[in-house]
Design a protein around this ligand. Sequence first.
Ligand code: MN
Length: 261
Amino acid sequence: MAPPTWRHLAFVSDLHLGPEAPATTAGFLRWLGAEALTADCLFILGDLFEAWVGDDLLDMGPPDAHHQVCAALAAYAADGHAVHVMHGNRDFLLQQGFAHRCNASLLPDPCVLDLGGQRIVLTHGDALCTSDAPYLQWRALCRATEWQAGFLAQPLSARIEQAAAMRAQSRASQSRMDTWSDADPFEAARWLQAANSRWMIHGHTHRPREHWDHGQLRQVLSDWDLDAAAGGALHRAEALWLHAGSMELAVERRPGACIHR
Ligand SMILES: [Mn+2]
């Protein structure tokens, strides 16, 4: 249940921040210190980071983009903004050490945001991609406590190496596919029905748009990418805003960061 004092809510996902995305990371930090200050609450619906190998990275690794982002989120939260973070398929190992450091709370996936009686289902979106059976198998494995305990028991350097190998493998399999998997609208409709809701916000698919179907609204968040090679892929960075008035709720998509460098 959202506190009734919340008027402006910002939603982002799929920023894929980290040392390999310096422009996107800088763009997010700028946004957090400017436009995002008008939000009462920030929802990060998965894949804030390109990879997360364990919260101990913040204590042991040399300071890098991960530390910068966490420090900026902590400052943002200290300024009075609520920060809620959901796991994505890249940063599912974010745990309480991270949350504590950023003064953020971790959201279960999916969860329902009750905004003045309007029930909004929030999810990263990867579990909606039901046509990708191998991925769903991997998802079930890597979300299991036992797998995570085994992974986290390895030294940090071994985990960093392993994560890089997994990302390389994932990139290779994506480039072999003509289209990468999309959310299944029927699965989304089932989730909405189960949650007694008609409104869903998710990310993951990098296909930002609104889907209206049988009176149900599904809003897909934009990914952020300000590092794409010039002349190649488009630079993207967008936040979804909800503005709660006394009578109504306004929805807005706004550029999340200056796309000119
Ligand atoms: Mn994702």
